[in-house]
Design a protein around this ligand. Structure first.
Ligand code: SF4
Ligand code: SF4
Length: 463
């Protein structure tokens, strides 16, 4: 028998096992992101395939398996594929149009001063939008400050301008607020301009008030809940953003959101810059956090089975990255969406690749007035070229990782803030590894319900 006719598994294939499921193995080809669950009856032949099996014998005795392995490009006679399909459209312009805030959160990474401070000149906002229109015809403008609802006059002027001048483009408006200033008047404003709203609330009072405080040290929980109740009473849809600083809080926060009937929840792991750099929040136990997050996901699935839908934004993004070839969530792409899918402008008009880089001088990409669009900004500096080249195959730990096609290698801005080296591994690696492994086994166990769960939002929108 000639060795030329031997069929083997690609060397890159990784095998993952789980004691809970002793009769199945997960096989992943990390470059393409193709994966298969293989049952025990086929392990022997899979083991033989590591060293090579005659093609004819394989096709004759294991025809179906051969077809599956071949279609999944698991075999050495098929070309390598890289299935990291990126949607690279610019979809988000973030205007950090002012820097003042009525709160003084302990972990604020823009280090917003208390009260009203500097505000963007309207001509800068117009130029920033004009450049975006020259880049994309379908995008959102996010108003970010400090606290945006301190400055409704500015927001109103910008939206009126857009509505008057850009009728052909699909432009949406979004405000990320701390929720403390929401009144019926603000609700009318939100409704009038069809603004999508995200409210920052970390969980119940004992969790939220640890960090989200007024300048006098008083917690803001009561005020945020009042704002949320006004939104709910007036049927304004909104999502919440909860910053995780302690894994033990995750469950408490989830239960609180379920109780408050909040349907759209995004848990963000604390991003450490400026105020948090020296705080004791810097040592979040990533494994503990991942275990808690998986547990919450299982609970969300249980609730879904019983008719209650909670959109767990980060988990859904991970599931989609496993199941669908297209990577849509900008923070889990490789390279990530900074300066590819979003662009951020500070109140002075300086351009940054992402809101998490605002104020970092190495990533300043010049002034909006120096450009007509946002297409070739990366030519500006080596750091920017590095950012746009930061992918999992350039990070030592990631390039060998079975989950690299789904993970993206963690947040570039967080890695930079900690190490000033974009090619270093992320602090959140352990979290992502555990999450992906957990989600794979959940898919094995609950495939149909998970497919319905991740499609639920689309189905609702299609009705
Ligand atoms: S950050 Fe960790 S889990 Fe993600 S690709 Fe890199 S090694 Fe894998
Ligand atoms: S730098 Fe971080 S927050 Fe910004 S797009 Fe990349 S992953 Fe997302």
């Amino acid at each position: 028998m000639s060795t030329n006719s031997l069929i083997r598994l690609k060397d890159s294939i990784k095998i993952i096992m789980n004691d809970k499921y002793p009769d199945v193995r997960l096989y992943i080809e990390p470059n393409s992101g193709y994966w298969l669950f293989i049952e025990r009856e086929h392990w022997k032949i899979m083991d033989k395939l590591i060293h090579g099996v005659d093609k004819e014998t394989l096709m004759k005795n294991y025809g179906n398996l051969f077809n599956i392995l071949s279609t999944s490009r698991f075999l050495n006679d098929s070309a390598d594929v890289y299935l990291n399909v990126l949607k690279d459209k610019f979809g988000l312009l973030i205007l950090h149009f002012a820097d003042g805030c009525n709160l003084s959160c302990k972990y604020c990474f823009v280090n917003a001063p208390s009260g009203r401070h500097n505000i963007m000149d309207i001509s800068i906002a117009i130029k920033a939008i004009e450049n975006m229109v020259n880049t994309s015809d379908n995008f959102s403008i996010e108003f970010n400050a400090g606290e945006p609802f301190l400055y409704t006059g500015f927001i109103e002027k910008v939206i009126e301008y857009v509505k008057k001048h850009y009728t052909g483009e699909n432009i949406r408006f979004y405000v990320q607020t701390n929720g403390t200033l929401i009144t019926r008047k603000i609700v009318n404003f939100i409704k009038k301009y069809e603004i999508k709203v995200g409210v920052s609330i970390d969980g119940p009072a004992e969790v939220h008030d640890k960090f989200r405080i007024f300048p006098n040290g008083q917690g803001s929980f009561v005020h945020v809940v009042k704002g949320i109740n006004i939104l709910k009473d007036n049927k304004v849809p909104f999502g919440v953003l909860s910053v995780i600083t302690d894994p033990d809080d995750l469950r408490k926060s989830f239960d609180f959101f379920v109780k408050k009937d909040i349907r759209y929840v995004k848990f963000n792991i604390l991003f450490q810059r400026t105020r948090t750099e020296n705080s004791n929040t810097s040592r979040i136990n990533q494994l503990k956090l991942a275990k808690a997050h998986c547990e919450i996901f299982r609970e969300a699935l249980n609730l879904y089975r019983n008719g209650k839908y909670i959109f767990l934004s980060n988990v859904i993004a991970m599931l989609k990255n496993i199941i669908l070839p297209e990577k849509t969530y900008m923070c889990m792409k490789s390279p990530c969406g900074a300066a590819r899918n979003q662009i951020s402008i500070d109140w002075k008009g300086f351009i940054y690749p992402c809101h998490r880089f605002v104020g970092v001088k190495e990533f300043s990409m010049g002034h909006v007035k120096d450009y007509n669009d946002y297409k070739n900004l990366y030519l500006g500096s080596q750091q920017l070229r590095d950012l746009l080249n930061r992918n999992v195959d350039r990070i030592d730990k990631c390039k060998k990782c079975p989950f690299k096609n789904f993970c993206g290698g963690g947040c570039a801005a967080a890695v930079w803030a900690k190490t000033q080296d974009l090619y270093r591994e992320s602090d959140t690696c352990e979290y992502y590894k555990y999450m992906f492994e957990c989600l794979f086994w959940e898919i094995y166990k609950n495939r149909n319900i998970i497919l319905n769960y991740i499609n639920h939002q689309n189905q609702k929108e299609a009705k």
